[in-house]
Design a protein around this ligand. Structure first.
Ligand SMILES: Nc1ncnc2c1ncn2[C@@H]1O[C@H](COP(=O)(O)OP(=O)(O)OP(=O)(O)O)[C@@H](O)[C@H]1O
Ligand SMILES: [Mg+2]
Length: 156
């Protein structure tokens, strides 16, 4: 699905709507990959998502720390997640580098909602059932946002 957003405020609205409609994965963390070039608005999306989830802390770009974890326990969202994990994989070279950040444990826990900027840097670590957001820069503050919801995974 493609949506055109005219500026940061509309990006916030888009992200809030996306989070409200997001299904929680049953057997693992819910993962959302955020793609788009430098300055496209991935962190802006994550900030809006955090707000929609009731996070009151300031959400900064985790480019240098790679990973930030926010507790949602004070304000459990409709999706039922207990933690928001915001990862910026820009400085990582491959999926193995995520393992050093406790990735397997984060991924195994259905109470985690994980947003990953630059998922293509760690593609090997991104599960098949991840949701995808791609932000393309247009003129001025215009962005085209493509979103694909992961299929509900059928039991094998
Ligand atoms: N429609 C829009 N949606 C999102 N951000 C916008 C939009 N229009 C302008 N901006 C501005 O563009 C910038 C986007 O920065 P942001 O840090 O969110 O990008 P990013 O994709 O996370 O970049 P990086 O790859 O460096 O992490 C912000 O300054 C934001 O205000
Ligand atoms: Mg960013």
């Amino acid at each position: 699905m493609q949506t055109r957003v005219a500026g940061p405020a509309e990006m916030h609205t888009f992200a809030q709507d996306f989070i409200e409609k997001l299904d929680r994965a049953a057997d693992s963390a819910t993962v959302v990959g955020l793609s788009g070039e430098l300055g496209a608005g991935k962190t802006t999306f994550a900030q809006a998502a955090a707000k929609a989830l009731g996070v009151t802390d300031t959400v900064n770009s985790p480019t240098f720390v790679i990973e930030k974890i926010y507790s949602l326990e004070g304000s459990p969202p409709a999706g039922g997640w207990q933690r928001l994990v915001h990862i910026d994989a820009y400085r990582l070279k491959n999926g193995d580098e995520l393992k050093h950040l406790g990735w397997d444990e984060l991924l195994a826990d259905p109470s985690n909602l994980i947003l990953v900027e630059w998922p293509e840097h760690v593609e090997g670590a991104i599960p098949q059932n991840a949701h995808r957001i791609r932000i393309e820069i247009g003129e001025g503050e215009h962005r085209t946002v493509s979103s694909s919801r992961a299929q509900r995974s059928d039991p094998e």
